[in-house]
Structures are given as structure tokens and as C-alpha cells.
Design a protein around this ligand. Structure first.
Ligand code: T4K
Length: 370
């Protein structure tokens, strides 16, 4: 165990020299939070980069999703979502006041399967909260069709989908709102942070108000908001990260390509990442360890761990098997066969922009070892 540890991800950081002048500005001004000037600059730069007009920066994606649900009026009833996600997705539905209803996923994209949604719709269903899992776009057309047929809203947990494009357009254009995460483990990070992308200015301003306790102006509070503001420090990190993001994504693509070349055709392993597709951000590199592989998933994870390589079981256990949700009738494993199968086989291999070839070879060597 003498080898250097290799983690599933490492945050990308901007050059400190590019951050210092922004910090000096903040120190001089002593405006540390509450819609400060650095945040305003970051918001406008981000909006340009992502090609979306209406962005509200927030403290993290979990709170951003709660606010998006609240603003969309989904504070009761049922919301159909995926069990194959980070627990924050279901928590956001609950925290907004609604109940998550799990539907099964597609075995290729690992995202909510539109064909499985219809059977879960009841008179209480209000919305669909879908996740672009691992940055792979959902079947946005299929989801919109089901939603339109039943008068449901569609919102996207786009925590993994920074910079993702579909048919040349940002994936963030789909649905009523989308929510990005800028957590340290994400493709683009501000240490902690996130953004809600809305379709019009009124909604953006309403999200800004909800993120600031519901203040409409200095004296008037017109909604029960919370504190979900991004502070000036996180905004400075974001502003300094933006110029380097294309290289970050290109470097990730290089790592994914190398994995695909070496592991893509191994008997018993399935690599569902559409690594060759334009517009992908390579947030993760999941492999599905099938029955024909020489080890099962847990054995492979253990073999890697013995070599100081920390691959992770994202997402196992399913959210539907977690304490707060497992009593829901829709959480019955018999209703979610694909998600259960994927959760029992998935292992996310280390991927980050500066994962060097030598380290990646250590990972590949352990996976292929007989
Ligand atoms: N929706 C989805 C679909 C999500 O995946 C997430 C978050 C959210 C919503 C909510 O977004 P936020 O509210 O956080 O903005 C991590 C993250 O904490 C979580 O943000 C993320 N998803 C989830 C997929 O992964 P953990 O508990 O597995 O992370 P942790 O701390 O074990 O970190 C993984 C590895 O990354 C470490 O072994 C080492 C490395 N690392 C991590 C951190 C935090 C670093 O090198 N530096 C760091 O600062 O949850």
C-alpha cells in the first residue's frame, strides 16, 4: 500500500495568481456576500459561457433545487424521479413539500426512462424531476412528451451536466428549470455552489428573492425564502475557473478516451459513457461489472482499494433503498429492476483533468489483472 492514493475525483483549481486580485478587491471593498459585484460579474460571464440567459447563482444545488421546486409551485403532491442519483435529488423534493415517486431507468443512459413514467402517474402527480446522470443527457424529448400528455412540469437536476450540449445546444434549455452544482467534486467548481437556470427573467428574479429570505425589497418579504446566496469568495473562484474550463473538459475527454480504448471491449465490463459524443463533459467514468467479468463489482472495488485506488459505487445503494424512502410503495425493488441491476454493478473509476497517464495505467492494470 505504499503507492500514492488515487481518488475518484480531484477538484480542478485555477491558478492562485488569478484568484489573488479578486480576493484583494473583496478585501478592499468588504462586501463579502448579498449580491456583491464579483457575483454579478460571475453570473454574467457564466451566462455567456453556457449560452443561457437567466441564471441565479446559489449556495449549492440542493438548495437550488428546493427553490426551483418552490418557484414552480411544486410544494405538495408527487414528483416522479430516478432512484439512481445522489440522495440530494429526492431530499430536494421532500424539502420542498412533495413526495418523490421512483420510476425505473434506462439501461443505456442510466437516466429516467420515459416509458416507465406513465405507470407511476396518479391524480397527485405534479412534476418530473429528472437527472442528467453522469452528464449524459436525458431523453428530453420523451420526457417532454409524457409530461405534456399529463399536464406535468419537468425540472432537471443538472448537477453533473455543466457544459453539456445536445444537438449543438446547451442541455440547460430543456425543462422549466435546471439546476447545476459547483461542488468541489464537479466538472466546474466554486468550492461549494450551484446555479438555477430559468427560462425568463421573472422566474430568475423570483429565485433570487427566494434565495435571499424572500425579500422583495429592503422592507417587503413576499415569500418564505431561505438563505441560499452564493458568497463573494465562491463567486471569485468561479470567475477565475471559467477561462480554463474548456481545457478541463478536453483533458477529461482524454482520460475517458484512454479508458474506453483499454477497457471498452473487455468481456464482462460495460462502459456506458458516450465518450465519443460531442458535447459530453466526462463528469464520471462508470463501468458496469457484469456476471461474465472475472470479479464481481465489490471484489473489483476491493482490489483497487488494496492498491490505494478509490473507485466509488455511485450510485449504490439506490435512493429508494435509503431509510427515509424505503417504505414508499414505489421503492419496492420489484418495481425498479433496471436501477437495481445497475446499482449492483456500477463502479466509477477515477477521472479528473490532471489524472496523469501513469496513475491511469495503475487503475487499468488492476482492472485487467488476471
Ligand atoms: N444532484 C446530484 C445528481 C448530485 O450528484 C449532487 C451532489 C447534488 C444534486 C447536490 O449538489 P450540491 O448540493 O452538493 O451542490 C459527493 C459530493 O459531496 C456531492 O456534491 C455529489 N453530488 C456526490 C455525487 O458526490 P461524496 O460524499 O461521495 O464525496 P466525497 O467527499 O467522498 O468526495 C469524493 C472524492 O473526491 C474524495 O474521495 C476525494 C475527492 N475530493 C472531495 C472533496 C470534497 C477532493 O479531492 N477534494 C474535495 O474537496 O459526495
Amino acid at each position: 500500500m505504499s503507492q500514492r492514493p488515487i481518488y475518484v475525483t480531484r477538484p480542478h483549481l485555477p491558478d492562485l495568481a488569478d484568484v489573488i486580485p479578486l480576493l484583494e478587491e473583496i478585501w478592499d471593498r468588504r462586501m463579502l456576500t448579498n449580491n456583491g459585484p464579483v457575483l454579478q460579474r460571475f453570473e454574467s460571464a457564466l451566462s455567456n459561457y453556457l449560452g443561457v440567459e437567466h441564471i441565479s447563482l446559489v449556495a449549492n444545488a440542493t438548495l437550488g433545487t428546493v427553490l426551483a421546486m418552490q418557484q414552480a409551485g411544486i410544494t405538495s403532491g408527487e414528483v416522479i424521479t430516478t432512484p439512481f442519483s445522489f440522495v440530494a435529488t429526492a431530499h430536494a423534493i421532500k424539502l420542498a413539500g412533495a413526495t418523490p415517486i421512483f420510476a425505473d431507468i434506462d439501461p443505456v443512459t442510466l437516466n429516467l426512462d420515459p416509458a416507465k413514467i406513465e405507470a407511476m402517474i396518479t391524480p397527485q402527480t405534479r412534476a418530473i424531476l429528472a437527472v442528467h446522470t453522469f452528464g449524459v443527457p436525458c431523453d428530453v424529448v420523451g420526457l417532454a412528451e409524457v409530461a405534456n400528455r399529463h399536464g406535468l412540469k419537468v425540472l432537471y437536476d443538472a448537477a453533473h451536466a455543466f457544459g453539456v450540449h445536445r444537438n449543438g445546444h446547451s442541455i440547460l434549455h430543456h425543462g422549466e428549470m435546471s439546476v447545476l452544482s459547483f461542488h468541489a467534486t464537479k466538472v466546474f467548481n466554486t468550492f461549494e455552489g450551484g446555479a438555477v437556470i430559468a427560462r425568463d427573467r421573472e422566474t430568475k428574479l423570483a429565485i433570487d428573492r427566494l434565495a435571499n429570505f424572500g425579500f422583495a425589497d429592503a422592507l417587503r418579504v413576499n415569500a418564505i425564502g431561505t438563505n441560499a446566496k452564493m458568497n463573494e469568495f465562491c463567486a471569485a473562484i468561479g470567475l477565475a475557473q471559467l477561462p480554463g474550463i474548456e481545457k478541463v473538459i478536453a483533458d477529461r475527454a482524454g482520460v475517458a478516451k484512454r479508458y474506453m480504448e483499454r477497457l471498452g471491449k473487455v468481456r464482462g465490463l460495460r462502459c456506458p459513457s458516450p465518450w465519443g459524443e460531442l458535447g459530453h463533459n466526462h463528469y464520471a467514468f462508470p463501468v458496469l461489472v457484469g456476471a461474465n467479468f472475472q470479479l464481481n463489482r465489490d471484489e473489483l472495488q476491493m482490489r483497487l482499494e488494496n492498491e490505494n485506488i478509490f473507485a466509488r459505487k455511485y450510485f449504490y445503494p439506490l435512493v429508494s433503498d435509503m431509510e427515509p424512502y424505503k417504505m414508499l410503495p414505489c421503492a419496492d425493488p420489484a418495481c425498479l429492476p433496471v436501477a437495481h441491476n445497475v446499482a449492483s454493478e456500477v463502479l466509477c473509476l477515477p477521472i479528473y483533468p490532471d489524472l496523469d497517464i501513469e496513475s491511469q495505467d495503475r487503475v487499468i492494470e488492476q482492472v485487467l489483472k488476471r
